[in-house]
Ligand binder design. Sequence first.
Ligand SMILES: Cc1cc2nc3c(=O)[nH]c(=O)nc-3n(C[C@H](O)[C@H](O)[C@H](O)COP(=O)(O)OP(=O)(O)OC[C@H]3O[C@@H](n4cnc5c(N)ncnc54)[C@H](O)[C@@H]3O)c2cc1C
Length: 512
Amino acid sequence: MADRLVSKVVIVGGGTAGWMAAAALGNQLGASCEITLVESDEIGIIGVGEATIPHIATFNAILGIDENEFLRATRGTFKLGIEFVDWGAIGDRYLHGFGAVGPELDGLPFHHYWLRLALAGERSDLAQYSINAAAPRRARFMRARRDMPGSPLAEIVNAFHFDASLYARYLRGIAEKKGVRRREGRIVQVLQRDDAGFEGFISGLVLADGSRIDGELFVDCSGMAALLIEKTLKAGYEDWSHWLPCDRAVAVPCRSVEPLLPITRATAHSAGWQWRIPLQHRIGNGHVYSSRFMDADEATAILMSHLDGAALAEPRHIRYVPGRRTKIWIKNCVALGLAAGFFEPIESTNIHLVQTGIARLLTLFPRTGFDAADIAEANHQARLEYERVRDFIILHYKATERSDSPFWNHCRTMAIPDTLQHKIDLYRSNGRFFREDNELFGEPSWVQVMEGQRIHARGCHPFAEQRPLAEVRAFVADTRSVVERCVDVMPGHAEFIAANCAANGAAATVPA
Ligand SMILES: Cc1cc2nc3c(=O)[nH]c(=O)nc-3n(C[C@H](O)[C@H](O)[C@H](O)COP(=O)(O)OP(=O)(O)OC[C@H]3O[C@@H](n4cnc5c(N)ncnc54)[C@H](O)[C@@H]3O)c2cc1C
């Protein structure tokens, strides 16, 4: 048979990954391809994964999504960054805001001038120089004012928080409009080819009711079940629990409280940390912990005693192995989402990795012959991407002075990948950072987390030292005051939502 464009795609799974893939492939391939998504109501979706990073706006834009409509439908809120509480030491609090921290001066990043003052004994809170980090402290939000170049207001960078189940439903609506067909049912058998050159390729799926779905390309979005990529094709899994000690989560929603903050909060506990994700109608909470250092009862008790409002459901327990699938593409199967791996949610990277996985699939979209070089490239790119994100996440555990529990003693003293050690050493010596392999997190992110967690640079760029200290002091003070004045004119986050994208029936927040 002649090699031609794949024209029959089967997506397994209807969680965030499955419906993102369905919407994007439907949008790109249109009528040239028959796309079927199979999901099981009986199995359901994981239902967590409610915080994102800014790149999701690009995904929405490609699909032509109206952002206000999307936020109404998913009861979503805006996210300007993550607040970390008790990480470097108990009592510490810092913000990792998206976007820039201060302006460059003479080609040097702002933080070198900030470091110059810190080294002269004038250390100040880095959050004051970033609109993304300063605004949440006053519960303020507005969209970037691109018509005001040069102002911090033009540099506001936002992501979203949303209800995961509503997001999957919203994307389903879009995908179905693009022609994607949904089949409900539990897959009980995966059929494989045995013809020469295509041995082991997946040919079809059998559902519990005996019906069969055939395809040419299979996208495994079956979550942790990894039905095709692992159970059928035996991709293998790299376990990273020696670097990422958390392997359990317990999640519970609670009632909203005021003020409505445009940030995710991550509060460290004695054997893990707790997320707090404010939506329009509730707050999502979860305690991510290490089963080596804490049992489920204690983790649940800690979570329930640290809720801001009354719990709205029974706590739900989730187990995972932090790591990645050794290969995300084998034969005619591509894995996305939890089927491709899961580190942990501290920097809200997993939905983003679904997005880049979809982009990679579209860039390397196959013909029916499935080119081995294309598949190798997809696996190579995915490996680099996952490893660079992994290092940034490990940093959060390693960079601590906490010694109050066996868990933090383990994290503080554990061996880390050489690639991460190199970045820490480089920053410590002269405050320098270099982005590798087009990695996801850039200099402002690394600097905020390192300084926020007590990895302090011992020097700054020598050019910053050439300026008189008084000039540096004036530049830094001016930056702070410009950011402050910009925050003054921003509306409250709740006020902005009420004016632009309030969901019908979202419960009003109550004072804490
Ligand atoms: C504790 C925790 C917190 C997280 N927080 C974040 C976060 O804040 N931000 C972020 O970006 N990511 C987060 N994630 C990751 C995020 O939840 C996932 O990346 C995202 O939800 C995608 O999930 P999924 O679609 O891969 O899997 P799922 O939602 O589990 O979907 C799997 C689908 O496969 C179907 N399926 C499975 N087996 C079969 C079968 N035999 N037959 C038919 N259908 C089947 C299921 O019915 C379901 O539809 C978090 C993950 C965890 C575990």
